[in-house]
Design a protein around this ligand. Sequence first.
Ligand code: DX5
Ligand code: ZN
Length: 222
Amino acid sequence: MSASPIPPLLNPSLLAGDHANLAVSADLVASLKLPWLHLDIMDGHFVPNLSFGPETLAALRRDGSKLFFDTHLMLSEPHRYIEAFAKAGSNLISIHIEPDYDHAATLARIRALGCQCGIVVNPGTPARAIETFLPAVDLVLIMTVQPGFGGQSFRRDMLPKIEQVHTWRQVRGLNFRLEVDGGIDLATAAECRAAGADTFVVGTSFFKAADKPAFAAAMAAL
Ligand code: DX5
Ligand code: ZN
C-alpha cells in the first residue's frame, strides 16, 4: 500500500498556544506560511476538560486571521453548535462518532453551511464504526491519544487503524484527508505517514520547538 497522495500538512493545535495571546500564537503559524490551524473545542462532558468556544474563533477572525480553521468538536451534543462554529469562521468542522446523535444529518448540515466536514474516532472505537460515513466526509480524524489534553504519549497501537482507513480510501477511490491528532512529533508523524496519514495535528511539539521553521520544513519533507 503506497503512502497518501496528499502532501503532508502540519496543522498546529492552538490548544498548546499561549491562551493569554491566542492571536499571537495564530499569527506565528501564519508567519511560517502554514495554512491550517487546529482548534480543539471541549465541553467538560465528552472530555474531562474545557478549552474555548465560538467567540474565540470569531475574535481570531476579527483580528484578521486568514488561516483555515480546522475545528475539532469534542462535545457530547455537537449538533447543537454547528451553526455557531460555522458563523464564527470555521472552514472545516469535525464531529466524533461516539456520542449518540444523528451523525449523517449533522455532517450534511455542516456542508449546507458552507464548511467542509470530518468524522473523528477515539482510540477505543474501531474503524468500522465510521466506515459508512467515508464517502460523505472531507476528513477522517483518527485520535492517537484519548482526547481531552495536550502533551500525552502517542498511541502506537492506532497505526493499524490508520492503515485500515487509508486502505479503504485507496480501494474505494475516495479522497478525504486522513488526519492524526495526539502525541505527534517528527518521529511519530513519520510512522503515521508510512501508515497513510497526510494531515498532522501538532500541539506541544510545535509550540515547544525552538526552531519552528526547521520543524515545519522537516514535517513538509515527510
Ligand atoms: C487532544 C487534542 C489535540 C491536542 C494535541 O484532546 O485533540 O489536538 O491539542 O496535543 P499534543 O500534540 O500536545 O498531543
Ligand atoms: Zn484535536
